[in-house]
Structures are given as structure tokens and as C-alpha cells.
Design a protein around this ligand. Sequence first.
Ligand code: NAX
Length: 331
Amino acid sequence: AKEPVRVLVTGAAGQIGYALVPMIARGVMLGADQPVILHMLDIPPAAEALNGVKMELVDAAFPLLKGVVATTDVVEACTGVNIAIMVGGFPRKEGMERKDVMSKNVSIYKSQASALEKHAAANCKVLVVANPANTNALILKEFAPSIPQKNITCLTRLDHNRALGQVSERLNVQVSDVKNVIIWGNHSSTQYPDVSHATVKTPSGEKPVPALIADDAWLKGEFITTVQQRGAAIIKARKLSSALSAASSACDHIRDWVLGTPEGTWVSMGVYSDGSYNVPAGLIYSFPVTCCNGEWTIVQGLSIDDFSRKKLDLTAEELTEEKALAYSCLS
Ligand code: NAX
């Protein structure tokens, strides 16, 4: 039998946490044959709620779940973890300045970075979900210098899956037959959902999405804005932000990273830019990646037309500004 993997979920008493921990305990993230020990962290005001989640995990009697640590102590939470899903953060409240929200998250991610660096298992893989996800991940990377930079990523897989969903709805095809959309850049409304290289599996082979849809105005307009603004549309409809889709996408992100992407398929991940596609190095930016043996690699050599170039640059500019704002909060 396999040794259990320790998975940390921060913000585990929140809405995404509530959807995510049962998925992990059921093997959705790491496979139906992989036992897990869940580490759940939240802050003292949420301690009682967190304990309630722990009670429900016990009550669900998940065969793969070999232990639960529910704590408000960051060191206890981080000790020995192999995978860390960072969902906890300070939300933007009405009337708050961007800088104030950034400042709160910078201080959270700075201290959690140190705890992970000191106490997590060697080669721990980190996924930041909490917003501003890319910049929180960058701060985490800066303050955990001994964690390999390849191990620190942020979630844009929800945006990626939303793009797959929109193409599938538009063409009336199964979402599982659509692949290779790309989310470029920031997990924000400047992200660029790109279908230039996406395909659909048909009985007569794989067909390019732009040719099948054949409506450039939709692809360059409504498609992009629908994906960019989907989070706001969910809030409007549910009066709560996306949770089940965010949790499911976080599982997809880790599963593909650890177990690999299928041959010929790429996915979107926020990763440390090495300057590929002329994206400034030193940002956490969402790229198309393939994964093999627990490592991601940015897909190289895709053609970028003028329309796409502008969009890639715009979202990079926003991330550069966010990075400057985050650094200004440090001093
Ligand atoms: P909730 O407010 O329901 O839960 C957040 C939890 O984090 C709370 O229980 C809170 O007590 C806890 N928390 C706050 N500070 C903490 C700290 N220092 N250490 C540990 N826990 C802490 O929010 P939820 O809807 O679950 O969303 C969580 C985060 O995900 C938010 O930042 C949200 O913006 C972000 N999202 C990111 C997405 C992505 O695709 N990257 C999509 C969904 C989501 O909007």
C-alpha cells in the first residue's frame, strides 16, 4: 500500500475549503489508490467552524483518509506537508483600497512562506488559490527561497476549464472533446483566454476551434469577456463566489502536475516566468504547460498573432504593477 501524502489546505473553514477537502479525501486530487492525511489551517475566529469540518470528515468515513490535523497554528499545519493548497487570504471588502488588501495578503503570504520553507516536506508542491493569486504566489516564492521556484504555482485552471466549458456550449460538443485552450497571464479580468490553438475531437479527427466556430467577432469579443467575468457572474447568481468549480479545478491542477498531462494535451498553470513568449521574467504568469514526472514545462513555439500579443502584454503589465504594489507593502 502507498504511504499517505500530507495535503495542507489553508482557509479550510471557508467555502472553497468546504468543497475541496472532501474531494481530496475521496481521491479526486491524487488518485483513488492514494491515501491522504489532511492538514487544515484557518484563523482563530474560524476555529470552531474548522472543527466542524473536521467532524464531518470523520463522519464521512472516507477510506483513503488516514488522518486529519485541524489547527490555527501555522507551524503545526505546515509540518511535513507534501502538497500545500493556499486558499486562505484576506478578502477585498467594500470601500477598501487595493493597497490595503495587498498589504494584508503580503503579510499573510510572507509568514506562511517562512513556515512552509522551515517545516514542509522536501520538494513540497504549492498551489496558491487565494487572490491576488499570482502575486500571493510571487510573495510566497520570494520568502521561501529554499523551495524550488518550480514548486510554486497559482490557480488559473478554473479559468482554463471555464474556457473549455464555453467552447463546448457554443459548439454543442462534449467538454471532454475540447482541449488546448490557454489562459495567459493574471487570474483577473485582464487574463487572456486564447482558443487560437484549441481543438475539438470529432469522428473525422481533431479540428481547430477557430475554424469550427468561424465567428471571429465572438471569439475576440464575447468569448473572452465571458471567461474573464465569469467569477462576477457566479457571484451575481449565487450571491457567493465560485466554490465547487474552484475546488474541482484545484484538484485538476494538482492531479495533472503530479500524475502528468495526457499526450498531446496542455493545461494552464500560473508559474514563474522564464521569459518565454517575451513575458517578463520574474512574474508568476499563466502559461500553457505539459506535466511529466511531477514537473511542468511551458509549451514552446506556439504562434502569437498581433491580437494575442497585445493581450499577453496587457496582462503582464498588470502583473508588473501588482508586483510593484506588493513590494511597496514590504517596506
Ligand atoms: P472564504 O472567505 O469563504 O474562505 C477563506 C477562508 O480563509 C476563511 O475561512 C478565513 O478565515 C481563512 N483565512 C483568512 N486568513 C487566513 C490566514 N491568514 N490563514 C489561514 N486561513 C485564513 O473564501 P473562499 O470563497 O473560500 O475563497 C478563498 C480565496 O480564493 C479568496 O481569496 C478568493 O478570492 C479566491 N478565489 C480564487 C480563484 C482562482 O481561480 N484562483 C477562484 C475562486 C476564488 O474566488
